[in-house]
Design a protein around this ligand. Structure first.
Ligand code: GLU
Length: 461
């Protein structure tokens, strides 16, 4: 599973600050205010997904009953290349969530300068309540229903919350059955290594997170720190990303003081033994109860005093309600959309820097891109080569975001004087723009890349 599923409050009312699609649009609008050169109508257009597919199909459960399952695939943008993005299985997944996640993929691929657009898939179901056979039948039927809306040069799925290499093997096999005689490996990434998966894909999101965080700390993001050595880290989530990040940050000399799963968190001021947490979780199904640790709630974990807080679970975790309680010195978004825009503003006012998801967790899709290239070229790269290329991409994206932030802030006065073209935000701009943070800089970089290609290609017809 790409992320752990933390069962946190996740209201979905349209217009509410934690509706993921509203969040994604707000983040976009906020960045667009720093881009007066954008054509007025283009600003609105870039938010719209190009295609939303909704499928409904029957599942025959193991006990013989029949139930209807709903799935989505949203292609947000393909100006820079085929759609790219995972497939998640979650009981609360809906169209707005998938729309938001697809839009975030567009910006993520653009920040990393990958030749992909953005897409996402979701199936509304609870994998905890399903047998493996039921999940396999859901996956196969979902892929069948999507038909040619996915394809190696159309839209390329990958793992996300509650899906993994095994799921991607079913996706590949189903598509391959539907297109016999074609070379189909590149239709999906995150596959098992013996079916064309890339070495290094499994831990890529966490490794990318480490590379970006380390780079930013070396550049002085945390006053007084020049490396991860001795820094305290609290991680929300202990799924593939959270667990792997915990191990990698510990190996880099950091002290992991807390981790959590969907039920609760564990805490040890002196640092957790990540190997012991992993085997306890394997044996008992939860992190709570490990010897010499204190049990906390997920909310208490978010409020811990630490150097780095890393939400590695679901979206909408740090909100206007709990942002004032955050005591971390910086926040690294390993999950997609864990901080709402209102919480973002509170953290900014409090001087807590945030490493945005579209940079921090982009290691996964970057190695997905490497897998896609290897599949098309019928090649296998060594893990070492994958890792070196990942570091190159993550570092140059981090440097580009930091440089863009400096450039925006050097021109803040003239940007503030330019007329605001974002519908609804014209009056706010009169007070002048606040200095750009890393999220705004990453969005400006990404939107600029997508907008430039859109205009170069020309709007057809
Ligand atoms: N689901 C991951 C993400 O949100 C990976 C997507 C991919 O590899 O295409 O970035």
């Amino acid at each position: 599973m790409e992320n752990s599923a933390v069962d946190a409050p996740h209201p979905k009312k349209e217009g509410s600050a934690v509706n993921p699609y509203t969040m994604a649009c707000e983040q976009f609008d906020c960045a667009a205010r720093y881009m007066p050169e954008l054509k007025r109508g283009l600003i609105e257009d870039l938010k719209h997904p190009r295609r939303i597919v909704r499928v409904e199909f029957p599942l025959e459960t193991d006990n013989g009953s029949v139930t209807t399952v709903t799935g989505y695939r949203v292609l947000h943008n393909r100006a820079r290349g085929p759609g790219k993005g995972g497939i998640r299985f979650h009981p609360r997944t809906d169209e707005d969530e998938v729309r938001a996640l697809a839009m975030w993929m567009t910006w993520k691929c653009a920040v990393l300068d990958l030749p992909f657009g953005g897409a996402k898939g979701g199936v509304t179901c609870d994998p905890k309540q399903l047998t493996e056979g039921e999940l396999r039948r859901i996956t196969r039927r979902y892929i069948l229903e999507l038909g040619d809306n996915i394809g190696p040069y159309t839209d390329v799925p990958a793992p996300d919350v509650n899906s993994d290499a095994k799921t991607m093997a079913w996706v590949f096999d189903t598509y391959d059955m539907m297109h016999p005689g074609d070379s189909n490996l590149a239709v999906v990434t995150g596959k098992p290594v013996d079916i064309g998966g890339s070495l290094g894909r499994l831990g890529a999101t966490a490794r990318g997170c480490l590379m970006v965080t380390r780079r930013l700390i070396e550049k002085g993001l945390l006053p007084g720190a020049r490396s991860l050595e001795g820094l305290s880290v609290a991680i929300q989530g202990f799924g593939k990303v959270g667990r792997e990040a915990a191990q990698l940050f510990a190996d880099a000399g950091a002290r992991i003081i807390a981790v959590s799963d969907s039920e609760s968190a564990i805490y040890a001021r002196g640092g957790l033994d990540i190997g012991a947490v992993a085997s306890h979780k394997r044996q008992t199904g939860k992190v709570a109860g490990l010897a010499d640790t204190m049990t906390l709630t997920n909310d208490e974990l978010l409020g811990l005093e630490c150097d780095i807080l890393m939400p590695a679970a679901l979206q909408g975790q740090i909100t206007a309600q709990n942002a004032t309680q955050i005591k971390a010195r910086m926040v690294v978004e390993a999950a997609n959309g864990p901080i709402t825009p209102a919480a973002d503003r509170i953290l900014a006012q409090r001087g807590i820097p945030v490493v945005p998801d579209i940079l921090a967790n982009a290691g996964g899709v970057t190695v997905s891109y490497f897998e896609w290239v290897q599949n098309i070229e019928h090649d296998n790269w060594s893990e070492d080569l994958v890792d070196r290329r990942l570091a190159e991409r993550m570092h140059s994206a981090t440097d580009a975001v930091v440089a863009r932030r400096a450039e925006i802030n050097a021109n803040l006065k003239s940007l503030s004087q330019a007329p605001c073209k974002v519908p609804g935000l014209e009056s706010e701009s009169k007070d002048g723009l606040p200095p750009a943070d890393l999220r705004i800089a990453a969005y400006v970089l990404a939107i600029h890349r997508v907008a430039t290609v859109t205009m170069e290609r020309g709007i057809w017809p």
